[in-house]
Design a protein around this ligand. Sequence first.
Ligand code: GDP
Ligand code: ZN
Length: 291
Amino acid sequence: MTLTQTEGLVIKNYSGFYYVQDKTGYIYECKVRGKVKEKLLSGDRVLFTPLENGKGILEKVLRRENQLYRPRVANVTRVLIVMAYDQPKPDLGLLDRLIFLALFNKITPCIILNKCDLAVDETANRILSYYPASFEVIRTSARQNIGMDKLSAAITGEIGVLAGPSGTGKSSMLKLLTGSEARTGEVSAKIGRGKHTTRHVELYPLPHGGWLVDTPGFSVLDLPSLRREEMVQYFPDFSEYADDCKFGNCLHYRETECGVKTAVDEQKILLSRYQNYITMLKEIIEKEKCY
Ligand code: GDP
Ligand code: ZN
C-alpha cells in the first residue's frame, strides 16, 4: 500500500505531538519524521502522511509567509489592533507602531475601536476621522455585542492575532469569537533541569472558518532591521504626498520641499502619525549606527 502525503495546518503542539488539520477539517495527531529539522510552529503549513486511527507522520514544513516571536506563530494574515474608546484611552504611538510592524511582517492590520458603549474620547475621534481612509476600522462593544459580526467577517478564513494595550477587551473578544478563554503570553514553567520553556501557541477555530491565535501578539515592539529609506513604504497614507517631494530619496525629515511635510501642515496627514513616523525613523537611524 502506498501512503499519499497531504497538506495540513499545525494548530497546536502538545506533549511531543503536532495536531495537524487537513483540508476536510479532520485533525491528525502527528509525530515528526526524523529528517525534519526545522522547529515547527502553530500556523505552519506542512505535508504529512495520514496513518490509521487519526495518527500521522509530519514530513515537511512548507514555506512560511512570516513568523512572530512572541507568541511564536507562523503565517498570521491579520492582526486585530484593539484600542478602546476610553478606559484606557487610545495610544496612537502604539497604534502606529503596531500598524508598521504588521505591514512589515506582511500582515493586514485591522483597527478595532472597542468599548463604543462608552463616551467617545477625543483621541478615539481622531482615529475615526483619519484612519478609515487607509485602514479597516471597526467599532465594537464586546460588552454590548455591537460590531462583533463585522469583526467576525473581517477574520473569517484568516489566521488572526489580537494585539493592543491591556484592558482594551482582547480577552473578551477572543471569548466571544471563539468561545474559548485567552491564555497568557508566556508561562515560564520550571521543568526538570530548571529550564524555562515557552508555552506552545494554539490556534482556536473560528465558527465560519479561519483561526484566532490564543494569545495576544506583538508583545515585543522592537523595530526590525531595515534601512531608513524603506521605513516610509509601510506608511501607505504618506505615499501620494511623497510624489511631490523634491528629492527622490526624501526621508520627509530634515529635507526642504517635502510633499509629506506639506501635507502635515495642511492637515491632510495626521500630525501624530507623522510624529510617530519620525520617532520610529530616529530609532532606525540609531540602529544603523550599531551595525
Ligand atoms: P484585555 O486586557 O485586552 O484582554 O481586556 P479584557 O477583555 O480583559 O477587558 C478589560 C476590561 O474591559 C474588562 O473589565 C471587560 O469587562 C471590559 N470590557 C471589555 N469589552 C468592553 C466593552 O466593549 N465595553 C466596556 N464598557 N467594557 C469592556
Ligand atoms: Zn518628503
